[in-house]
Design a protein around this ligand. Structure first.
Ligand code: NDP
Length: 254
């Protein structure tokens, strides 16, 4: 009865921001499950090292693609190259992200706003647009947006980050409605506070979130494995338009 439920062997995935943190974890998980993966980011050495390691460990086809996700032309070219290489795209994970801190909105600069929106939101729109064309022809696709609980709750000092993730949640629902008829599911994962290069365990933000988890610890990238595989596989075939918190209970603990 469970044969094949979580099976993504032989599928082809695209993951943005796969050179570190959550994106690297999901790329490693998919490769371990026998999925071929195109890994996108700016840091070439990291991508090449990850591609070598995953190819060696799991005998899958890993395609490193060096690009800046704020560059629309680079993203369009990347998707064309990936389709030429794999012949299809089954799974897209919009994961690349950044943040910008300021005391409050009165000092948040336009440059900070544009960079966060471009990296977290516009890149997801462009990659989804390009991949949706391929997925519609295939009549199959799984799009996973890496959002954040800050797209659901308020968070001070990071107004553009919170806005980008809130918009990503809305885009997830809108795309789910549009693409459902083509057998394409679109869902989002909203992590809580996860220990990566983006976060700082010594920070006030970390202490705040840690005090609100009910699990007694901040999260690790591997805590997202289960839900990532669920949303990438046919186990989630009747799930679309959802935003799933994986936050150690932060949102429940009001
Ligand atoms: P990391 O900093 O470890 O990873 C960010 C990834 O995004 C890197 O691979 C980086 O690659 C890539 N990236 C950033 N900017 C660009 C760009 N302009 N072009 C191409 N790639 C880019 O952080 P996380 O793993 O924590 O973040 C991954 C996602 O998870 C983000 O969307 C983040 O908002 C989200 N998230 C994280 C949480 C956390 O607590 N850590 C909580 C909730 C959500 P490179 O620098 O090589 O280009």
């Amino acid at each position: 009865m469970i044969d094949g439920l979580f099976d993504i062997r032989g599928k082809c995935a695209v993951i943005s921001g796969a050179s570190s943190g959550i994106g690297k974890e999901i790329a490693s998980l998919f490769a371990a499950c026998g999925c071929n993966v195109a890994i996108l980011a700016r840091r070439k050495e990291r991508l090449n090292a990850l591609a070598d390691q995953l190819t060696r460990d799991y005998s899958v086809d890993i395609m490193p693609v060096v690009c800046d996700v704020t560059d629309e032309e680079a993203l369009v070219t990347a998707v064309n190259e990936i389709v030429s290489h794999f012949g299809r795209i089954d799974i897209l994970v919009n994961n690349a992200g950044t943040t910008a801190k300021s005391e409050d909105i009165s000092t948040h600069t336009r440059q900070q706003w544009d960079n966060v929106m471009g990296t977290n939101l516009t890149s997801a729109y462009i990659l989804s647009r390009e991949c949706a064309r391929v997925m519609k022809d295939q009549r199959y696709g799984k799009i996973i947006n890496i959002s954040s609980i800050t797209g659901i709750m308020g968070l001070k000092n990071q107004v553009s980050y919170a806005a980008s993730k809130g918009a990503l949640n809305s885009m997830t629902k809108a795309m789910a409605v549009e693409l459902g008829p083509y057998n394409i599911t679109v869902n989002a994962i909203a992590p809580g506070y996860i220990y990566t290069e983006l976060t700082n365990p010594q920070s006030a933000g970390c202490r705040y979130f840690n005090s609100r988890t009910v699990m007694g610890r901040i999260g690790l990238p591997e805590d997202l494995r289960g839900v990532a595989l669920l949303l990438a596989s046919d186990a989630s075939r009747y799930m679309t338009g959802t935003v799933i918190p994986v936050d150690g209970g932060i949102l429940a603990n009001i």
